[in-house]
Design a protein around this ligand. Structure first.
Ligand code: KIV
Length: 313
């Protein structure tokens, strides 16, 4: 990826932020297409609630994905498979309330779009209507390309996802990189091109060799967002909990930790627990006060009530 002009640098117009977006402006599909045309890297992260969406907004990312990775990172399931559309819609609605500028994409969960075009369109419409997402994402090529075309035809922007597709990780032999032989890489290329043909506005490439990405990129006219797919994609995405070090599970090799937030959270809560047990919290400055004469009157009133209760039990 070529490097983006920094905010305030001579190549950033003065009325634009670090995304190249005008103040108050939103990241739209045409903004993303323009980024690709200009070679300006697109930044995408996942977010699953109000505070993480606020962080994404403040950090100036372009796309927020309410990923079905939420199944594992925030809901504690073993894989992305069990999460329901109801759960995803609830998380996406919270994220929507936390941000306005980035494009908000809702991840259609496993089982919510595969059965028929009708089911795919109904689930996508629910996501957009009930959570306020701008777009939806689905996984795989093959029949998913047909579902993507139906969703796009219904007027809902749709993002594809190829390579390692966690919803079908078991069929792929586990959470492992894909496209490592020429034939399997050709499958990935065909899936990506089919999703592009279907009308996807962008596609995620996950966990494929950089050589495979390099070979496919010339035929991709829509933005490609990579995660473990090397540096030649139009943008990069990481899972919020991975990049901030919040999630305590296994991290894939493409994860780079930019912070150790979980350590800080454990340290903060441990310190709170210690101070409560040692009666060092709360301190006087954390409490509320009452005028001394009101406190005195309260004691008198309580005494009177207690005496009355003793006389008239
Ligand atoms: O669910 C998710 O977080 C994703 C990203 C890894 C692209 O699909």
């Amino acid at each position: 990826m070529s490097s983006a002009p920094r905010e305030g640098s001579s190549s950033t117009p003065p009325d634009r932020d670090s995304r190249g977006t005008k103040p108050g402006g939103r990241v739209t599909l045409s903004v993303l297409a323009e980024r690709k045309a200009l070679g300006t890297p697109i930044v995408m992260i996942t977010a699953y609630d109000f505070p993480s969406a606020q962080v994404a907004e403040a950090a100036g990312v372009d796309i927020v994905l309410v990923g079905d990775s939420a199944a594992m990172t925030v809901l504690g399931y073993d894989s992305t498979v069990p999460v329901s559309l109801d759960e995803m819609v609830m998380l996406a609605a919270a994220a929507r309330r936390g941000m306005t500028t980035p494009l908000l994409v809702g991840d259609l969960p496993f089982g919510s779009y595969e059965r028929s075009n009708r089911q795919a369109v109904a689930s996508a419409q629910r996501f957009v209507k009930e959570s306020g997402c701008d777009a939806v994402k689905l996984e795989r090529g093959g029949q998913s390309a047909e579902r993507a075309a139906a969703i796009a035809a219904a007027g809902i922007p749709v993002m594809g996802h190829v390579g390692l597709t966690p919803q079908t990780a078991t069929a792929l032999g586990g959470y492992r990189s894909q496209g490592r032989t020429a034939e399997r890489a050709l499958d990935v290329a065909r899936d990506a091109e089919a999703l592009q043909e279907a009308g996807c506005f962008a596609v995620v490439f996950e966990a494929i060799p950089s050589d495979v990405t390099d070979a496919i990129m010339p035929s991709m006219h829509i933005p490609v967002i990579g995660i473990g797919a090397g540096p030649s994609t139009d943008g990069q995405v990481l899972v919020f909990h991975d990049l901030l070090g919040i999630y305590d599970g296994h991290a894939a090799r493409f994860v780079k930790r930019y912070a150790a937030v979980r350590d800080q959270m454990v340290a903060g809560v441990s310190e709170f627990a210690r101070e409560v047990r040692e009666r060092r919290y709360p301190e006087p400055r954390h409490g509320y006060t009452m005028a001394p004469d009101e406190a005195e009157r309260l004691r008198e009133l309580l005494d009177r009530e207690r005496q009355a209760a003793t006389i008239w039990p």
